[in-house]
Design a protein around this ligand. Sequence first.
Ligand SMILES: *Cc1c(COP(=O)(O)O)cnc(C)c1O
Length: 465
Amino acid sequence: MRREDLDQFRLIVEELFQREKEEPVVRPIPADQLFEVLDLELTEEGVNDEDFYKGLREVVFNTPRTSTKLFFNQLFAGRKSKAVLGDLLSILLNNSMYTYKVAGPMVGVEKEIIRKTARLIGYDENSDGTIVTGGSLANFMAMVMGRDAFNERIRFEGVREVMTLYTSKDCHYSIEKNASLMGIGRSQVRYVKVDAQGRMIPEDLRAKIKEDLAASRNPFFVNVTAGTTVLGSFDPIEPISEICKEFNLWLHVDGAYCGAAIYSERYKKLVKGAQLADSFNLNAHKMLGTPLTCSVFVAKDKKFLKESFSKDAAYLYQTDSDDFNLGKTSLQCGRKNDALKLWTLWKSIGTKGLAQMVDHQFHLADVARDYIRSNEDYTLYSFDDSVSVCFNYKGIDPKKICTLLYEKARILVGFGTFNGTTFIRFVTVNADNSDEDILNFFKELENFVKENEALLLSNEKATQA
Ligand SMILES: *Cc1c(COP(=O)(O)O)cnc(C)c1O
């Protein structure tokens, strides 16, 4: 790598950190003006270094800042130094994870993450897994394995019968999308009812399975969510696993959001029974704070992983055993090393450090809920043991307030809906935040509302700043 580029990298990073401190939320460029404000055009001729660096800085410094103390908009946040170090090195090393020949020790790095995570779930040595690009793809792999476990001829002959799968109505949207991609069809997704706290109701699951069986359809798969995307609720795994056993269905735990609870002595109760599921995934880029993307997918019985995803290729697999050629259990061929960043973080702080991060995020959510409960201008919609804190303030339209906060570059936070009610969804997934940072969010919000009362309490739609 050229010396000048490395030097520029350091300069840009240092300035970015400074700007993040001074201006945690960058002023957004309206999408329809983006190409006028920034020079993004790719041209026939390149540009000289001076113009190149200048243009690059402009783009970098105008990009939304997701690692600051006022970013609460998504289920990822913060910047874990050791994890960033690992990720930067993985880019420089530029290995591809399919074979031991080209990835060497990185294969062991990934295998160790899978092995330790599997033990924490409660799976034995017969389990195996892979790092995937995210929860959506992890869910896809689980669904394909469940399909192939139902009928091993399907991967050769295709789907020939009506197959049905079950998930709660508050699950992630990837479940339905995946159903179409894998040849099952979106209409074969059954949405099971949830209770008042957003958790799947096992009796309704059983009723829906029976209905499909009576109509000669073929139930094959149940998805439970550990941390639903809006409320952060946990479906009850144990009673659902009983139903899966009774009807011989694949059980998958989508823990993309809060599956990392398995690392915590205190909160693993929320995923009680995880070892009963056939597959499990968690996004390290959510609660564990690694850079995007890093998602850990584990299957209880490695046989199913191999059967669904391995394919011989003489031009690729030329040395070493399948156990060390990770391409045999991946959906991808070439694959970025997304394991190293989680390994560097985990190695440096230990499993106990991961547990502390998880515990701290639940603690921050308690701080937020306590504040909301003690202040009558707020209405709380979410529940204890969730890192999603859903509320409204002074009855103001949450869409309006979130949009105006964004347009005026004050706070990045989003809204969600449950049972027909829309509210602000404040997430405490940044383990670097302190109690004060959480209280500061509310102060910022309240000050903002005071300053913009006329705009927020009127019935007009929020406008572009
Ligand atoms: C975020 C999320 C996903 C999707 O994960 P990606 O990494 O964004 O693909 C799936 N399920 C749940 C419950 C999630 O919160």
